[in-house]
Design a protein around this ligand. Sequence first.
Ligand code: NDP
Length: 314
Amino acid sequence: MENNTEKVQCLIIGSGPAGYSAAIYAARANLKPVLYQGIQPGGQLTITTEVENYPGYPDGISGPEMMIQFEKQATRMGADIRYGLATKVDFMEPPFKVWIDEEKLILADTVIVSTGASAKWLGLESEQRLNGYGVSACAVCDGFFFKGKEVAIVGGGDTAAEEALYLSKLCSKVHMLVRSDKMRASKIMQDRVLKAPNIKVYWNSSTDEVLGENKVEAVRIKNHLTNELLEIPVSAFFVAIGHQPNSEIFKGWLDMDESGYITTIPGTSRTNIEGVFAAGDIQDKHYRQAVTAAGSGCMAALDAEKYLMLQGEL
Ligand code: NDP
């Protein structure tokens, strides 16, 4: 075997609650799991604020802290947690081939895919150009830089609502742009947003352009009903319009729905390829919670263990 090729029993790709939970279960079942963390170690929870709905934390816990604890627990159980991004796969037959950072090749008896989902962007030229100069998809990461300033946020889901509320505690005013006449966010979050004295909601409004040369200076919005354009001076522009699954490298191998979410056999973590399992947001566009992701990570590890046992590998 070449130097940069390694054989493992159980490979886990991705380090959110699904990946770490799979690692904890797989390690305790003695599958000697190797987990590659991907581009965002800890996953989406590392860019969130307080998590109040994960059982076992009666006082809540910050997302990044929770993921540090998940990682510690997986490591303590014996999982091998590594930096590195899976860049290509070949699932023709076991052992399955997965390339890490385009150079190292892992041969795995079984693979658990838990690569999650990433933030979506509007697709405006100005949004790209000013990314990092006032444009951000993470209020929790970047809101602090705009303390006491006026900012805008686009989106009407729970993420947008949560981030708008977070920003309202730091910034003097939050301009929230909702493209229709209603928000998709849960009732309780909508109520909180509408009650916040320094959040102004603009209904039926889309972003026409983010303005500014080297940093965000304003946002120009358009009202769909009146076609009226309005320029709002802001120092930052936050995008919170949902997510897309990180499934690009699995295209052609794993069955997916029209949005790119991996399809699993209901009630299991099994994909169309025997020996390859999927867990967490990569296969769940509906619930998308830390606790459901963790639960599906557990399912994937148990399914992988059973698969290896039937193959006579355990
Ligand atoms: P959602 O898909 O729920 O919402 C996306 C929002 O962005 C919608 O309001 C949508 O508008 C809007 N949008 C989409 N594309 C554009 C665009 N091009 N321009 C303007 N607006 C756009 O994503 P979220 O990330 O908010 O939430 C994902 C899931 O995670 C949900 O199930 C949510 O409940 C959950 N979540 C739960 C939390 C919690 O429980 N604490 C916290 C955060 C998220 P439209 O409605 O018109 O399509």
